[in-house]
Design a protein around this ligand. Sequence first.
Ligand SMILES: *Cc1c(COP(=O)(O)O)cnc(C)c1O
Length: 414
Amino acid sequence: MGRVAWPAKKRYRWRNEFGEGIHIDIHTQAVQLPATYWPQNSAVPPLYQTAAYTYHSVDQVDRIFLGEESGYTYTRGGNPTSETLAALVRDLEGGDGAVVAASGMGALLVGIMTLAPKPTPILLAREVYGGSVGLVRQVLEPLGYSLNWVDARDEMAIRAALSKGPGLLLVETISNPLGRVSPLDTLIPAAHQAGCKVLVDNTFATPYHARPLQWGADLVMHSVTKFIGGHSDLILGVLVGSDKWVDRAASLINVMGVTPDPYASWLALRGARTLALRMERASENAMTLAAMLKNHAALVKVYYPGLTSHPDYAIARRILSRGFGAIFALHLKGGRRAVERFASGLKLVPFVPSLGDVMTTISHPAVASHRELSAEEQETVGIDDGVVRVSVGIENVRDLIEDFGSALTEAEPV
Ligand SMILES: *Cc1c(COP(=O)(O)O)cnc(C)c1O
């Protein structure tokens, strides 16, 4: 008996069966799996929980290594389950190719090494994820890369920073936790004009709200752990872009060993199919909740890019579609003590130092996501001890309004 032959399609090149040029809505696109034949006519992609693949021909293995024949040899270099996830995210982001990595941080490291393989100044948008700053400081600076900060909305500062010849700009579509939105439509072309590559962390926006490749981003990355996975049960990352960059990234993932576990990819595939539905509900909930809470007496301010009071409201209207995302921040009067009272006053919403779950969660950036930054740096990006990040889920918003309302009242300084 012959073995099941994997369909002769190059990895991460599978096309949605609608083909190119036919517009389908993201709600439809997300539930569509890349068209292919699954062994035994399985309706959904099977889990290929395997380290390696068996053959009976030395010549065939040689052809696969040479790229003359498609197939898999060893999961560090490629796995059908992970590549199906990559294909789904590729289609959602509108890229040519995509590749999955072991984590968001793994994808970020590989993305940086792909676009800037030799030491160069790296320009970081001021409010990027604390872990990204840690990566540059702990891994890349000792290798000779340098780190410069820029306010992504300050045109003069950007021009000045770009004139110093950085090799790479790392920017987030929507920042953590204050919801600062980057003007990707002007920023990316400006960087390219200065010969600077652009890596966009689109974790917070997801392709539901923004697709940075449309403005020319060289690579887009996600922490799949968050909204794409959507259920706080896995750690994964992904990179999307042109075939040239994705091929290079895939080979770095192989040699660096930041390979995704097939089971995590399989879980993420299941989660990703409801991404559009979850984002629709979560961003509606976030808008309602942020608007309800914005004048609460216990608060200094609510930060949500969908509120007209947000400094980036105009940019958000331009860059984001279908709403403004599922994350907002509350700045409580009374600092960390008030945050403590608020966290213990919430009955439905737990403290979870992550985000993007179907359930609403809170976190404290000064203690969790941004602890990599010094007190002074935290102050520059507006992270105060009184700031709480809220990752809004898909619950009935009336229950959330009640829970937040009473916990905030308990947190009010007396
Ligand atoms: C979580 C996160 C990362 C890191 O991803 P991991 O999957 O935790 O490695 C990177 N960027 C942003 C914006 C994140 O929220």
